[in-house]
Design a protein around this ligand. Sequence first.
Ligand code: NAD
Length: 458
Amino acid sequence: MDKQSSIIENSLKAIMDDENFLPDLKSQTRDQAYKSLVSILTTPNHIHKSFLRVTLENGTVTRVPAFRIQHNDILGPYKGGIRFHPSVSEEEVSNFSKLMTLKNALHEVPFGGAKGGVVVNPKEYSVKELNLICKKYVQYFNDVLGPDKDIPAPDMGSGEREMDWMMAEFKTVHPGEPYRNSFTGKSIVNGGSEGRREATGKGVYFSFRYLMHDYANKNEKWLTENDNVFADTAVKYAKTKMRMAIQGFGNLGSVAALEAYKCKYLQNKIVAVSDHNVMLYNEKGLDIPSIVNYTEENGGELPTQEVALNDYDINASIHENDELLELDVDVLLLAALEDQIHEDNMENIKAEIIIEGANKPVTEKADKFLSDKGVLIIPDILANAGGVIVSYFEWMQGRDTQFMGEDRIYEKLFNKMKYTMDTILPQFFGDPFPLRQNCYIHAVTKLSTIMFRQGKLY
Ligand code: NAD
């Protein structure tokens, strides 16, 4: 069973044991409802897959595998990114579609969960060919997409350009119908939202800051009296200088790094950052603005040579990127790929706090091992929802054709995440479950209650 399904099942077990959950359900129907919910929430509603027929610039025809998996729409139209990557598989897309349903339920975003994928390495295709792949994706799945049906967004390997192309194709395929909110993550000139690009990185850092500073300081007395290892960690680090390492320096990692560097509430020292080539390290703390300046001028890549470091006044040493995870730091911010902390390296992790910027960067086994050891993991479902929350604002702006400024977007984003955390944290610090499990219990309770009230469990 995949990680999402097993946490869903455990969460359902926990809520079914709670007599306050759906008290109308009597004992004989409770077991039946549990089985129905496991079945509904661990399987997608629809799996759409196809082979896009694409004529390459050299004249040959190729078939590109593509997916759109719609998990659950009880909360509203399906929503989720489209990943362009050679490792995309039906299983991966399906798992991420479940995470989207739960993420939206947790953060009160009125969307269901979906995910898409195209099995390509975008670097191996020309711009014209990529444009054709995007158009074909919309043509093949056009019946199931739309502003009130299923609203895709960018994911790894896709971005504003692809969403602009797809929205344009949607408009061509559906003449006269609303199209501006058919896709999110578009460029601003095409109806994208201010702040969408930075939303996930800012939200990831906000989740950490809110927990470790705002919440920990405000509730210090209660947390100190609590017999809870995670509360001890929160109190300990709320007032201590934290050494942080950030894996991945793309959109999410670089924005979160800047937020951490500039933060006036917590004393962060970012000692290491990495990308797919290298790790940069400085015991005294890295100058993040200079590094961001370098990456912006060099195709998003970190410097790999001493001479480049000198040219940009970056004081750091260059190392292998895989050294980062096992560094002696307090905080690890994971902003690269899935399954980075696993069975083979979990015992060497020294950080006491892990922030999941990427989706599922810690495997199920490592998650259990580290949580049992008292490592505080701020899970993906909680931390990296900034993208889908601002996508929701973009969808509303496209529907109403009224647009908000950047400051207003961030204010609304942080308020929404604060609301979620204020709901979850008292429960988390007051009971024995890790934060991820608490988030899932909350999301699954909401979905189950709505499904029960709508008569979907019979
Ligand atoms: P990105 O492509 O902009 O950046 C990825 C970064 O990871 C790059 O710096 C890349 O060099 C680095 N990387 C790749 N392999 C690595 C390795 N082995 N070691 C160290 N670094 C490595 O992607 P992003 O938008 O920053 O997203 C990062 C992750 O977060 C992805 O997994 C994505 O699916 C997830 N995510 C992103 C968003 C979003 O809105 N950007 C939202 C939710 C989840």
